[in-house]
Design a protein around this ligand. Structure first.
Ligand SMILES: *Cc1c(COP(=O)(O)O)cnc(C)c1O
Length: 393
């Protein structure tokens, strides 16, 4: 073993001992309400495929048709090798969907957040960031080298006091998830927008778990609150409810033109494959045409939540289909996930550093495509496993 291997092996052993080691599990076949894992059919309760579109036949057909017409790869950065039509059309469609002047597609939500924040904020600027923001927003803030002010989760008075304390050297930017990815609660966007207006700050929101899930036509939390024209930058991913891959930034024409010129994670990376852009476009259309999917998603989430609470589980402050089943200890969360796997339910233990130490949880995400039988079987498995581990009476 080389020295490097020894050192890395020791770190992994430490993670293992702390219940924090992560590993990959192979899925065979399509991603749906049920998945095939090692020859067993499991109820999938850990994906963000909220509307069951990831394997929808219409998305597959759109991807196949785009591949037939345009090939597989985009060739190079869109600024260098040209902008493929399916991507261009998707951007027009996303701007209409979000009711903004323009939209720009990125390679992923991670890249969109990194590129947008670093384009908008530099060393002379100040960022105000919710303490529970997604890792990609946190990394964007770190990379921006701005003065970084972290406010307590959803705490607008705290945000306001930080804004008061930070003289406006340059630009001031408030950054927040709209639906928080690990707790499922909503950011107080209306109050944040009001404080931003008062201090002349810009607002960047990440609608990763809101698009296709929350608001009229699934257009997100800003749309639900009528804030589309007030929030400066709306970021969302194409990989969750939309079922494909990539991400978008929606906002004013000048914002989008600026990002094309300044967002390094847009400029210095290859464009999205045409198949993926076409699949995402098909999904956005389906979401508009089949609003019953969103209704089924919320019905399923409500049903699951009611039965989990009745069984004595704590589901935290979630207001969305993200149901965090709070456990606390990382090893206990892993033990619970293992027992669920044995009982036919695929749920992953969410542990530090994804969440704060001592707040490990199982994050359940029902989709519109789960049947009542799937949900009942999930609850039964959770109750049995929870009793075995002494988590519930
Ligand atoms: C998943 C997620 C992202 C990253 O999106 P990808 O397209 O998967 O890279 C960004 N922000 C939030 C809040 C997320 O949950």
């Amino acid at each position: 073993m080389t020295r490097l291997e020894q050192e890395l092996g020791a770190e992994l052993a430490q993670l293992e001992g702390d219940g924090l080691r992560r590993s990959l599990r192979v899925i065979s076949g399509a991603h749906g309400a049920r998945v095939d894992h090692c020859g067993r059919e499991l109820i999938m309760m850990s994906s963000n495929n909220y509307l069951g579109l990831a394997a929808d036949l219409r998305l597959r057909s759109a991807a196949i048709a785009a591949t037939a017409g345009y090939g597989v790869g985009a060739g190079a950065s869109r600024l260098i090798a040209g902008n493929l039509e399916p991507v261009h059309r998707l951007e027009l469609q996303l701007a209409a969907f979000k009711r903004t002047e323009a939209a720009l597609v990125f390679g992923s939500g991670y890249l969109a957040n990194l590129g947008t924040i670093t384009a908008l904020a530099g060393p002379r600027d100040a960022i105000f960031s919710d303490e529970l923001n997604h890792a990609s927003l946190i990394d964007g803030c770190r990379l921006a080298k701005s003065s970084l002010n972290i406010y307590r989760h959803g705490d607008v008075p705290h945000l306001r006091s930080l804004l008061e304390r930070t003289p406006s050297a340059g630009r001031r930017i408030i950054v927040t998830d709209s639906v928080f990815s690990m707790d499922g609660d909503f950011a107080p966007l209306r109050e944040i927008a009001a404080v931003a207006q008062e201090f002349g700050a810009a607002v960047v929101i990440d609608e990763a778990h809101a698009v296709g899930v929350v608001g009229p036509r699934g257009a997100g939390l800003a749309a639900q609150l009528g804030l589309e024209q007030v929030i400066d930058v709306q970021i969302g991913t194409l990989s969750k409810a939309i079922g494909a891959y990539g991400a978008y930034v929606a906002g004013s024409k000048v914002l989008i033109d600026f990002l094309v010129n300044r967002a390094r994670s847009f400029i210095y990376t290859t464009g999205l494959p045409p198949a993926i852009a076409a699949a995402a476009a098909a999904a956005v259309e389906i979401i508009s045409m089949e609003p019953e999917r969103i209704r089924r998603l919320w019905d399923n989430a409500g049903y699951l939540r009611t039965h989990l609470v009745a069984a004595g589980f704590q589901v935290g402050r979630s207001e969305s289909p993200i149901l965090p089943l709070m456990i606390g200890d990382a090893c206990a969360a892993v033990a619970m996930a293992t027992k669920l796997l044995d009982r036919g339910v695929f749920v992953t233990a969410i542990r530090p550093p994804t969440v704060a130490p001592g707040t490990a949880r199982l994050r359940l995400t029902p989709t519109s495509e789960h049947s009542r039988a799937d949900l009942d079987a999930t609850v039964a498995a959770l109750i049995a496993a929870g009793r075995e581990l002494g988590l519930i009476a």
